[in-house]
Ligand binder design. Structure first.
Ligand code: NDP
Length: 314
């Protein structure tokens, strides 16, 4: 009898052979096939592993038991108005996701503290701009907006560098050495953040949250790292806050739309460092290991800590 199918849509058709090679070993019970393979009957598809499925496609798979994201954020899957709500959706957070995000946040926060953007501009002009940024990590309280799985995992790396880490989430957390603020305590949290790191998921509640009103609640000259989702950033407000000095510098990894359009003033702002949504991108091999773990755990009926909750939207 033909094996049930796992459809894969991530990295384009060119990436599929690698996915199949990586998944065939740990998942021999499944046939791994490309998302657009015309030879796959819809009734045979048991699972889909996807990043950005075309809206409506998942709803046309009658035997679908679960959908597995290939990244931590699944907004491009859950945002499908036709998503079959009875089908569990699982986010992918590999140990390497946390390690890589921790590295990114340490790099971004330190580059802001060290004024690396100013030095890069000076170098591009062959200017020996000798002046040292006065601050050092322990002088900075760094607040994580969205102290979830990633934020809690990254906190020890930021603490090891010397930052005093605090966090904000809907519900209060118990994280060693991290003061946790709950949803209603946002103003008190923001008032303390000399560095604000956003690791929020994209939801209707978080859309447009990084705006002028929020920046006004930060200490003057605060530094911003945005590694959540582009829908949360009001980019003109970021540029205005950088110009006024309310924000002293920013590192932005996520945008809406992506890529950032040609000619956008954010490309060249002297106080803004821009990265192309690479905050944490584990390799395909790293993600395949976690994807196989998630599928096997689902088949055993184990609780999945990264199960998407449609009621919460993340
Ligand atoms: P989690 O679901 O574990 O954490 C999300 C956190 O945000 C939770 O603490 C949650 O609170 C909090 N939160 C959500 N909505 C609100 C709200 N309205 N008010 C207050 N707090 C809120 O997700 P992860 O940590 O695994 O990932 C977070 C996000 O990071 C992803 O959704 C993705 O957008 C982004 N990401 C970006 C990457 C990049 O390369 N730039 C790579 C990987 C992830 P509570 O705990 O109380 O529910």
């Amino acid at each position: 009898m033909a094996r049930p199918v796992l459809l894969v849509k991530s990295g384009g058709a060119a990436g599929f052979d690698e996915w199949r090679g990586l998944l065939a070993g740990p998942l021999p019970q499944l046939e791994v096939r490309w998302w657009d393979d015309p030879g796959v009957a819809a009734e045979r598809v048991r699972y889909a592993a996807v990043w950005d499925p075309e809206p409506g496609r998942l709803a046309r798979l009658p035997a679908l038991r679960a959908v597995f994201g290939v990244a931590a954020g699944v907004d491009l899957i859950a945002g499908d108005p036709a998503y079959p709500r009875h089908v569990p959706l699982v986010r992918l957070v590999a140990p390497e996701t946390t390690q890589r995000m921790g590295e990114y946040l340490c790099w971004a926060a330190l580059s802001l503290v060290k004024d690396a953007r100013r030095m890069a501009i000076a170098q591009s002009r062959a200017v020996w701009d000798y002046s040292e940024a006065p601050g050092k990590a322990p002088d900075f309280t760094l607040g994580i907006l969205g102290l979830g799985g990633l934020g809690q995992g990254c906190a020890p790396m930021l603490q090891a560098v010397g930052f005093k880490v605090i966090g904000w989430s809907r519900t209060r957390k118990q994280v060693p050495g991290v003061e946790s603020y709950a949803e209603a305590e946002l103003p008190a949290f923001l008032a303390r953040c000399r560095i604000l790191v956003c690791l929020l998921p994209a939801t209707p509640e978080t859309a447009g949250m990084l705006n002028a009103a929020l920046f006004a609640q930060l200490p003057h000259g605060a530094l911003l790292v945005q590694a959540g989702r582009g829908s949360q950033t009001v980019l003109p407000d970021v540029l205005a806050a950088l110009d006024s000095g309310q924000l002293g510098g920013a590192v932005l990894d996520v945008f809406e739309p992506e890529p950032l359009p040609d000619g956008h003033p954010a490309w060249s702002h002297p106080k803004l460092t821009l990265t192309p949504h690479v905050g944490s991108l584990p390799t395909r091999a790293e993600r395949a290991v976690q994807l196989a773990r998630n599928i096997l755990a689902f088949e055993r009926g184990d609780a999945l800590p990264t199960l998407y909750d449609p009621a919460k939207g993340y």
